[in-house]
Design a binder for this molecule. Structure first.
Ligand SMILES: *Cc1c(COP(=O)(O)O)cnc(C)c1O
Length: 404
């Protein structure tokens, strides 16, 4: 008898539920900046990626409305057919000017950008060397491209060098997150670029969490590290995090963009993003680039959070960015802490394996320029009650069952 696919899928769901790792999308009834309504209760949100507080910015909302009034909703076709509009062209221009690259190409999401880029650059002869903590889309992209995937321990430049040395003579792409999505630390980009330069490998940086947040005028981790186009030739970032929109782009040389235009299948065979969205993202770039006060405010909130968290003995990581994980290790304990925080009016989702490595379940706290000092203090107060080492020791053994 042939095994039934839907039955085995259901069995895997049940297995995940037994392991306490089942996920559910929860429906927010409303969101007003960092205040969201969930099951009728207002919560202070500390888990969005809206680092600069732009997702509901009135000028960006106005830009999408005005563009939609003028050109409607759908792009009606892929870019190479007749979907490429003036709004897309302007956004590409704004993005390469901001990041200091010659050219840029838009994708509908970061996932698609990574998939299309690796698939265009790599084939079965190719090798893709990656940090173990890279975003899932980079790992999947290398696998789907059919390249040999080699993963080095987090931020270990020497190990990356050894992996490259093991595949001399083969084309190699070294890919890393600029700012790591679950840890918030920054990759050693100068060292990685040096390694690639000496070795003849190509460096690709996924700056989903760096663009807008770090670097001069928010130009991202690659510019923070002072890497020019030939040193970090493939720069990918998304419009869905600090820019508060959705979509993504790859920036680099005109030759890179020409190649992706011809060979990135996730660019060629998909409907272009709505032009009105491109207009909104263009306005978001203008604000993100021009308003340094948002980054300064964010930095001050990060410092306040870290100082307060250290004072109450929370296990903090090395991050100086908006992503401030509190690793509690055990998934059940992390879920219990997240529920207790929610009962105290603070929303911080529990991040569990396989999103993060086994044994490193965490509360992924994210800060935003839309938070105020008193919001951070309220978060710290709630964490003091639920997630300090002494409180956690008290919840050892069976996970907290009660909600709240
Ligand atoms: C979010 C994210 C992506 C995917 O981007 P989407 O636009 O959400 O598909 C890719 N890489 C990293 C590092 C991310 O954090």
């Amino acid at each position: 008898m042939r095994p039934d696919l839907l039955q085995s899928l259901a069995a895997r769901v049940a297995e995940r539920e037994r392991a306490g790792l089942l996920r559910r999308a929860r429906t927010l009834e409303a969101a007003h900046g960092v205040r969201v309504t969930l099951e009728g209760r207002e919560l202070l949100n500390f888990c969005s990626n809206d680092y600069l507080g732009l997702a509901q910015h009135p000028r960006i909302a106005k830009a999408i409305q005005a563009a939609a009034n003028e050109c409607g909703v759908g792009a009606t076709a892929a870019h190479l057919v007749c979907g490429h509009r003036r709004e897309h062209a302007r956004l590409e221009e704004a993005l390469c000017e901001w990041t200091g690259r010659e050219a840029a190409i838009l994708f509908s999401s970061g996932w698609l950008a990574n998939l299309g880029t690796m698939q265009a650059l790599l084939d079965r002869d190719g090798v893709c060397v990656q940090d173990k903590l890279n975003h899932a889309s980079l790992l999947d992209a290398a696998r789907l491209a059919g390249a040999a995937l080699k993963r080095y321990p987090h931020n270990d430049v020497e190990a990356a060098g050894r992996q490259l040395a093991g595949v001399v003579g083969r084309p190699a792409l070294l890919a890393t997150d600029g700012v790591f999505s679950m840890d918030g630390d920054v990759a050693p980009l100068r060292e990685l670029a040096g390694l690639c330069g000496r070795d003849g490998a190509t460096l690709m940086v996924d700056d989903a969490h760096g663009l807008g947040v770090i670097g001069p005028h928010g130009a991202g981790s690659v510019n923070e590290a002072g890497l020019r186009q030939h040193e970090a030739p493939v720069l990918m970032a998304t419009l869905g995090k600090a820019l508060g929109c959705t979509g993504a782009f790859v920036a680099g040389s005109a030759a890179l963009v020409a190649g992706l235009t011809q060979f990135a299948r996730t660019f060629m065979y998909t409907t272009a993003m709505p032009p009105a969205l491109a207009a909104a993202a263009c306005e978001a770039v203008r604000i993100a680039r021009g308003e340094d006060w948002r980054r300064e405010k964010l930095r001050a909130l990060i410092a306040r959070f870290r100082a307060g968290a250290a004072q109450i003995g929370l296990p903090l990581g090395d991050s100086t960015t908006a992503i401030q994980p509190i690793v509690l290790a055990d998934p059940a304990r992390t879920v219990a802490a997240s529920r207790a925080l929610e009962a105290a009016g603070v929303l911080v989702t529990a991040i569990r394996p396989p999103t993060v490595p086994a044994g490193s379940a965490r509360l992924r706290v994210t800060l935003s320029a839309a938070h105020e000092e008193r919001d951070v203090d309220r978060l710290l107060g709630a964490l003091l009650r639920v997630a300090t080492p002494s409180r956690l020791a008290a919840t050892r053994g069976p996970p907290l069952e009660k909600e709240g």
